[in-house]
Design a protein around this ligand. Structure first.
Ligand code: NDP
Length: 327
């Protein structure tokens, strides 16, 4: 038997409970992993609370990220004792995820734990850090360079936002951080932000074309914020859009795209092809102060994960939550 969080939906309603599970209940797969650490992302918060229909099969173990050690493997790339990392692929949504002491899944979804990282540090980065790196790579792929001007990061105090600020600053970009928590300005400046703006500047309906302020942007907020970000992006700039913290809608016009040649580039971490995800992990490790990760990570135990998920959705959590799953 081993412990895991189990989400269920039935006549009694939607529930998430810490449960005793056994290996026979695990889904099919060619690799069995002892999960050492997982993490709580925004999406895990949605899954655990049922606030949005993230979970598409029941019962489900949530947890879109984990790091652990292979216990048994029929996959040619992995053998018992290998340290591995998982992000996305629908794990924690349609396939049992990382918030349990064991996980069985397709070896094709796993990547080796990047050199220089512990399982704990990899989870302090998690999908948030890896997605931020995918966004940074997207801006670079569209030709946005530090010489072009300011880069806006929205949702800057969130997981993706914090890593985006830090990675961009390390690469020499001048970063403007938009946040609803201006009291955290010192934290954002320590991460590398040059300027902080209040997110209320961007969150209300705005004009289709606004003053050209941003050479590029990383947006994890969506809705009016993303519409305003596009409207305020400079000629030829690129906006990497990855999130929906304000809303899934996009009440925008085509004006920035057809009159200023702005590119709106979508970023998805879940089904991102393996070579690109390997590149993102490979590139982000040297850019981060790995020791500092230990400081930004709030460690909780598996039995605290359900309550913490609620706090996360209410914006009460700063930095990253990592979940110690098995020793
Ligand atoms: P967090 O909860 O850590 O951060 C979200 C941040 O968004 C908050 O900290 C807050 O930043 C801001 N925010 C929250 N509510 C609002 C609101 N109503 N209006 C404007 N801003 C708001 O989440 P993550 O960083 O983990 O994820 C951010 C988003 O990106 C989520 O929507 C998530 O689903 C998505 N995501 C997408 C991925 C992909 O593959 N495309 C991968 C990972 C995440 P502040 O306090 O600074 O204002």
């Amino acid at each position: 038997m081993f412990k895991g969080i189990l989400i269920d939906k039935n006549d009694a309603g939607y529930s998430a409970r810490l449960s005793e599970l056994n290996e026979d209940q695990l889904p099919e797969g060619d690799v069995l992993v002892r999960v050492e650490y997982s993490t709580l992302n925004y999406k895990d918060g949605l899954a655990i609370t049922g606030k949005m229909p993230v979970v598409r099969q029941f019962p489900m173990v949530p947890g879109i990220d984990f790091a652990g050690v292979v216990e048994s493997s029929e996959h040619p790339d992995f053998k018992p004792g290998d340290h591995v990392l998982l992000n996305g692929w629908g794990v924690g949504e349609v396939h049992w995820g990382g918030l349990a002491e064991k996980a069985r899944l397709k070896g094709d979804w796993l990547i080796p734990l990047p050199e220089g990282l512990t399982s704990r540090q990899a989870m302090a980065i998690g999908t948030a850090g890896y997605t931020a790196m995918l966004c940074v790579m997207t801006l670079a792929r569209h030709g946005v360079t530090p010489e072009d001007g300011d880069i806006l990061v929205t949702g800057a105090n969130g997981g993706v936002g914090s890593f985006a600020v830090s990675l961009l600053a390390k690469l020499g970009y001048r970063v403007v951080a938009s946040t609803g928590r201006p009291q955290e300005a010192e934290y954002l400046k320590a991460l590398g932000a040059s300027e902080i703006i209040d997110r209320s500047e961007l969150s209300e309906p705005g004009k289709p074309l606004q003053k050209e302020r941003w050479a590029g942007a990383i947006d994890s907020v969506g809705s009016h914020t993303l519409a305003n970000v596009c409207a305020g992006t400079r000629y030829g700039g690129t906006v990497a859009a990855c999130g929906l913290a304000q809303g899934m809608d996009l009440p925008a016009t085509v004006a920035p795209f057809i009159l200023r040649g702005v590119t709106l580039a979508g970023v998805d971490s879940v089904m991102c092809p393996k070579p690109q995800r390997m590149e993102a992990w490979h590139r982000l490790v040297p850019l981060l102060d790995v020791q500092a990760l230990d400081a930004i990570a709030n460690e909780i135990s598996l039995d605290q994960a359900i309550d913490t998920a609620k706090d996360l959705l209410q914006g009460k959590v700063r930095g990253r939550v990592i979940v110690k799953v098995a020793g």
